[in-house]
Design a protein around this ligand. Structure first.
Ligand SMILES: Nc1ncnc2c1ncn2[C@@H]1O[C@H](COP(=O)(O)OP(=O)(O)O)[C@@H](O)[C@H]1O
Ligand SMILES: [Mg+2]
Length: 290
């Protein structure tokens, strides 16, 4: 897709550093130029895409990655993009959206999607952010035993209105919700924190996916190493290389003070390097859009 004919939301902009930009010509590009390149590489989808986000450990950054990826896609593609809380544990997706909104929990949609006639009927169930990402979030009082059928219905329903549906899954690929997500997934994103224990936990989730015959999805997956501190003592290059043997691509998201606060996700508040990282992640995922 050419970016020259669409106006990008301000949040996705990184100001060029004026005359300084010339100094970056050799070697490293400045963030504004990197952002331009990454955004220009984000492709639109012609068919609905289901991007399943899994991790190995709570706190790995699955929900943050789902929101960051979904926000970037919504802002650049200008198509409807949704993120769905698909974690059997208490979901925190709603906390990543601007406060002051309320939405009915997605489980109340169960058995009702046939009565919804238009997108506006869906609005009471949606949270949205400034980049246009919509979210379906779950309530704390859900019944995980009933999850399978609920997700099957909702995910199928969303395909009519949304170009991309990002599912924020948990750590297990075997839950009922995860099985329904995986049955539809066209893309897989797996998240590890820049920590050894979280990385091993992710390898266990990948083994589970192999046992469930999702080897193709893994081979085509994008792995995210999330929250990398400049001063980390972890050998991130080794984690990167290990993951690269298993998946299609590996992307790194820096530790970002705005994200560390754990409040609503606001793309405009991210550090330039984090913005670039999300745009590059989005471009990498969309490279396989059909
Ligand atoms: N790149 C990052 N830099 C700093 N903090 C982060 C980053 N990614 C996530 N966090 C923070 O870490 C915590 C756990 O992230 P979250 O996405 O909720 O993990 P998960 O969904 O895997 O349990 C949250 O408070 C979140 O804001
Ligand atoms: Mg989460």
């Amino acid at each position: 897709m050419s970016q020259t004919d669409i106006e990008l939301p301000d949040a996705l902009e990184i100001p060029a550093r004026g005359w300084l930009r010339g100094l970056f010509d050799r070697g490293a590009l400045d963030p504004a130029a990197q952002m331009d390149t990454a955004v220009a590489a984000i492709r639109r989808s012609r068919r609905p895409e289901y991007v399943a986000v899994f991790g190995g450990k709570g706190g790995a950054g699955k929900t943050t990655t789902s929101t960051g990826l979904g926000s970037t896609l919504a802002g650049v593609m200008r198509d409807r993009v949704a993120v769905v809380d698909s974690n059997p544990d208490k979901g925190t997706l709603c906390l990543k959206f601007p406060t002051g909104q309320s939405a009915l929990p997605l489980h109340q949609l169960a058995g009702r999607t046939e009565q919804l006639r238009s997108y506006s009927d869906l609005r009471p169930y949606l949270l949205s952010n400034e980049l246009g990402l919509d979210a379906l979030t779950s309530s704390r009082h859900r019944d995980p035993a009933a999850d399978g059928a609920v997700y099957a219905e909702i995910l199928d329903f969303l395909a009519a209105d949304y170009r991309v549906v990002v599912t924020d899954c948990g750590t297990s690929a075997t839950s009922d919700a995860a099985r329904e997500v995986l049955a539809r997934a066209t893309q897989l994103v797996v998240v590890t924190p820049a920590q050894i224990d979280g990385f091993y936990a992710l390898l266990e989730t990948l083994d589970e996916l192999v046992d469930m015959r999702h080897r193709d999805l893994i081979g085509d997956a994008v792995a995210v190493i999330n929250g990398i501190h400049e001063s980390t003592s972890v050998d991130v290059d080794k984690i990167h290389a290990d993951l690269k043997r298993r998946v299609r691509a590996v992307r790194r998201i820096p530790h970002d003070p705005h994200l560390a606060a754990g409040a609503a996700f606001d793309f405009a508040e991210l550090q330039p390097a984090t913005k670039v990282a999300y745009a590059e992640l989005a471009a990498t995922v969309t490279a396989r859009f059909r």
